[in-house]
Design a protein around this ligand. Sequence first.
Ligand code: F0G
Length: 480
Amino acid sequence: MSATIAATDLAFQQCLNPDCGSTFEVDRTYFSCPTCGDLIDVVYDWDRVRVPRSMRDFESRWSERANPLNFSGVWRFRELLGFAPEGQIVTIGEGQTLLRAADKVGRYVGVGAGRFHLQYEGMNPSGSFKDNGMTAAFTHARMTGARRVACASTGNTSAALSVYCSATDFGFRAIIFIGSGKIAYGKLAQALDQGALTVQIVGDFDDAMQRVRQVADRLGVYLMNSVNPFRLEGQKTIMYRVLEAMRWEIPDWIVVPGGNLGNSSAFGKAFSELRTLGLIDRVPRLAVINASGARTLHELVGHRGLTWNDGRPDMASVQAYYDELDASGRKASTIASAIEINRPVNLKKCLRALEVCDGVVREVSDQEIMDAKAQVGSGGLGCEPASAASVAGAKRLREEGVIAPSDRVVCILTGHALKDPNATVAYHSGDREMFDHVLGIRGVRRAGFANKPVAVANDLDDIIRAIALYADAGPGLDAG
Ligand code: F0G
């Protein structure tokens, strides 16, 4: 099954704009089309790629886990992202993630027993889904001889980038850009611990993103944000693993939080390619969920009717919306700091994914996000606030009747609970000051599912009385 031709012969890069369509060799480095400035895709010559006849064939690689490429949950599917010679692949064992049936959370969402699943990407080495993309982008960086690698980040991209620099020995040096006060401490801690040069600029993610692109241009630094098309190639594999865990049955819905829209774009590309290859016979529907405080996609698609339009979306209406944001000084603001983004770089590719997957877009409030997050936690898997947007969004779509009770639903939990402990503790602790400081300023008013610590004197009788009083009550104590 392994490719015998140099993998780089099988792939090329192509501008997304059908009126341009410029193509480039796969080992060139562009983060936008040099001819027209649009996004770039990685495209394969599928007639020459030796793809297995059935998705089940990929599973046989589980028995060869001593081979790092088969151990990786990304490269196990390497024929489906065959842009790199095998000897160039940079892997740190990413993608050992879990799809779990979660009936308790499913009841909260409103779907039937056995129909609701959580895909837990927090199990990646850096604690978020980003590692799926980083392994592919670092592989490309290695192919091109890059050394300095940079990103702007709300935290997880920078954590993943830092981990790949520190865990490998190819001379990579991490430079990360973050907005001031815009990053959860768990994520900042990772970047600092791993030795990344951390540039904190006055501004938010959108400002940092603009700057890092300028810096990458000026200094020739390799850009690791999801404008890098190789990132998305790696993130396609999240969907392969979902299908694998579902015994290659296609779910009805994939629900994912939307920030910079890399994941949703990658998922659409994954399904479109699998269908082209005849490896699946239908695609699931895709739901992309914004936080209300960063609702660009929902506004443009849900309210202003923006569509893919065969690769020619109405970008003037997008610009008009951005101009409105600027004129009113509106900045993104949500407790789900990972998706606090108003200018998603992959907007166009996400429109294509929505077209491929008959997708829908919704927004959910910070209150809905924090309540859903508590449900995910008490249902057995923790997650950070942004991830819970998927569950809150599924609940919304169920209430609207868009998702049926019998539908098979997979929500993507994009990041680990420990990424943002402040939000979790503020919700559960019942400490009014902390609640107001961390959540209240984001419009969260209630902690309906709070599990408050019970304060008790250091006295055995008091402790035993407290246990008698509370042990059978379970979570759901009033935050007070
Ligand atoms: N969930 C988490 C936990 C994230 O960190 C991000 C993005 C998203 C969802 C949104 O994914 O961009 O593919 O739509 N975090 C980026 C970062 C922006 O810098 O870590 P997307």
